[in-house]
Design a protein around this ligand. Structure first.
Ligand code: AGP
Length: 606
């Protein structure tokens, strides 16, 4: 949610560096953008509603400057507009701020500041920050920031410049991500690693209530009382090329195609002759005596958790509850010492997921994190972490993060079954060996891209769609529907097939596409009964089914076949045709695939 990029150096190209960083961060928010650079005659702020490209065009020739801050916005307070775009400025025009997060007590602060005579121009919560700085500024930006922080409630990552102190940026965070990139004679402030990829791989990952004073040659980090903090430098291992489109029209299509390789990386070194090896993670103590697991996540990651629940219950015989983090965090959970929480988050920064994690920890329950981003908040705060190694995922619609999360769920379920002896060794080894080859299965599924594209072309003008499945297939149907709605804006509802006749069947009418996932051999007859029900009401049925179930699914109008994998592992393969279908539906309808309306990649506010 909102991207921040700050730069300080000596070669005068601050504007170019900041715009480039914002370009790489645009997936965090893209309803408006702005930049503030320090020039000979003072702070120069340019802001524009719309995409970063609109701002870049408005800027035209890049001015010479060695220090600046920029922002790409996902609106929370106030509509997307030039005025509400960041940076925001104090009344004197000497201090400028960019912000990610929400200032919860902004209304009261704003009232007081207006009474004091401050002029507000925007509807944002952020603007109080800069007027507070104006109130406290007395020759030291660092001191003013410390005093201002005492007044703030809520979440924030802030980058601040002041005309009177042209040699420094000040940055501070609480509950919103922030990193400092370390260069040679230049340094960076950013909300996410992709912003600085290719410029430096050395970063400080800021913790809550740490304040950084950044000059071209030095980064000084202190706590809020001003005590120095010795931080470890973190080395980023992501390949800068991995965060580029690499010839694909959209990041989403690239990321769909990266799935075999991503899954191969997730599995690397984890399966030996069918046996799961997680020994380097030292998970024994974490799982010792555990009798219940909560899997908590949002969106796509939640859908991976649904599969995790079914797999762990089936294989390891441990009761599992999967919940949406925004609901879980406000439940009155009956915590017990023999429970464990698993949180799943691609970004590792999702506010609700982080809150659920903290809820468990406050109640003495240990947390295992499954995340893609090394050093993210979720990774740092959990007791243990398993990385998905999907590589940078830029498209807002998650694809390779999901399939790699599924693979981790299977690794955990098989590992627990192995440890607990709940599945005969031969069966376990067979599943382990099959999982080890999942990358090849995905290669085969991807060969059907053209067929799925043609399928999308036949249905691209529809208004409503339904997705059905049972058991594991229901979880995949949920993910397929989410993909379609978020990028093509087509109404997509996912239901457990058996639930259909309890209400939603009333919505089925002539010509409505029903996408059904059929990979669970033992449920195929039940699923087909539900298909007959919708067909009898005129629906057009598109089946994603396993090759061996092709005959059983003959009554479906269209079929997309996936290889014969064990039903337990089928979600990894079955979701891919749905991702491709959603992608081409969106393309055919002219939607902005990588930056769907109203959404952002990393949801760091509640
Ligand atoms: C996926 O396509 C979505 N854009 C969204 O549901 C996402 O999965 C969710 O916001 C959770 O994000 P996280 O994995 O970074 O926590």
């Amino acid at each position: 949610m909102c991207g921040i990029m700050g730069y300080i150096g000596t070669n005068g190209n601050a504007t170019a560096v900041i715009l480039d960083g914002l370009n790489k961060l645009e997936y965090r928010g893209y309803d408006s953008a702005g930049i503030c650079t320090l020039q000979d005659d003072g702070l120069c702020i340019q802001k524009k509603k719309g995409r970063l490209a609109d701002l870049t065009e408005a800027i035209g020739e890049l001015p010479v400057s060695s220090i600046g801050i920029g922002h790409t916005r996902w609106a929370t307070h106030g509509v997307p507009s030039d005025t509400n775009a960041h940076p925001h400025c104090d009344c004197s025009g000497r201090i400028a701020v960019v912000h990610n997060g929400i200032i919860e007590n902004y209304a009261a602060l704003r009232k007081d500041l207006i009474l004091e005579g401050h002029d507000f121009v925007s509807e944002t919560d952020t603007e109080v920050v800069v007027h507070l700085l104006e109130r406290y500024y007395n020759g030291s930006l660092e001191t003013a920031v410390r005093r201002m922080l005492a007044d703030l409630q809520g979440s924030f990552a802030l980058a601040i410049v002041c005309q009177d102190e042209p040699d420094k940026l000040v940055a501070v965070k609480k509950d919103s991500p922030l990193i400092i990139g370390l260069g040679e004679g230049e340094n960076y402030v950013a909300s996410d690693i992709p912003a600085i990829l290719g410029r430096t791989n050395q970063v400080y990952i800021m913790e809550d209530n740490e304040l950084a004073v950044v000059t071209a040659d030095e980064v000084k980090i202190t706590d809020l009382e001003g005590r120095p903090i010795n931080k470890e430098v973190f080395t980023v291992t992501w390949d800068p090329v991995a965060a580029e489109k690499g010839g694909y029209e959209h990041f989403m299509l690239k990321e769909i195609h990266e799935q075999p390789e991503a899954v191969r990386r997730t599995l690397s070194g984890r399966i030996k002759d069918g046996w799961i090896d997680l020994s380097d993670l030292e998970l024994e103590d974490l799982f010792q005596g555990i009798n219940k697991i909560y899997i908590v996540a949002c969106g796509t990651a939640f859908h991976a958790g649904m599969v995790g629940r079914l797999a762990i219950e089936k294989l390891a015989r441990i009761p599992v509850e999967t919940d949406i983090a925004s609901e879980f965090r406000y439940r009155d959970i009956i915590w017990k010492p023999d429970q464990l929480m698993i949180v799943i988050s691609q970004s590792g920064e999702t506010a609700d997921t982080l809150a659920a994690l903290r809820y468990a920890k406050r109640n003495g329950v240990k947390v295992l994190a499954v995340t893609n981003v090394v050093g993210s908040s979720v990774a740092r705060e959990a007791d243990k972490v398993i990385y998905t190694h999907a590589g940078p995922e830029i498209a807002v619609a998650s694809t390779k993060a999901y399939t790699t999360q599924l693979v981790i769920m299977y690794l955990l379920a098989l590992y627990l079954a192995q440890e607990r002896g709940t599945v005969p060794p031969d069966e376990l080894k067979k599943l382990g060996r099959e999982l080890a080859h999942m990358n090849q299965v995905l290669e085969t599924v991807l060969e059907q891209e053209e067929k799925i594209k043609a399928l999308a072309a036949r249905h691209s003008s529809v208004q409503d769609t339904f997705f059905l499945g049972r058991g594991f297939d229901y979880a995949v149907a949920m993910e397929g529907a989410l993909k379609l709605k978020e990028i093509s804006y087509i109404h997509a509802e996912a239901y457990a097939s058996g639930e259909l006749k309890h209400g939603p069947l009333a919505l089925i009418c002539e010509g409505v596409p029903v996408l059904t996932v059929i990979t669970q051999d033992y449920l195929v007859d039940k699923s087909m009964s539900n298909i007959k029900e919708v067909k009898a009401r005129g629906a057009v049925v598109i089946a994603i089914c396993k090759e061996n179930l092709q005959e059983d699914c003959q009554e479906c109008d269209e079929q997309v076949l996936i290889p014969n994998v064990d039903p337990l592992l089928a979600p990894v393969a079955a979701v891919v045709p749905l991702q491709i279908f959603a992608y081409y539906m969106a393309v055919l309808r002219g939607a902005d695939v990588d930056k769907p309306r109203n959404l952002a990649k990393s949801v760091t506010v509640e």
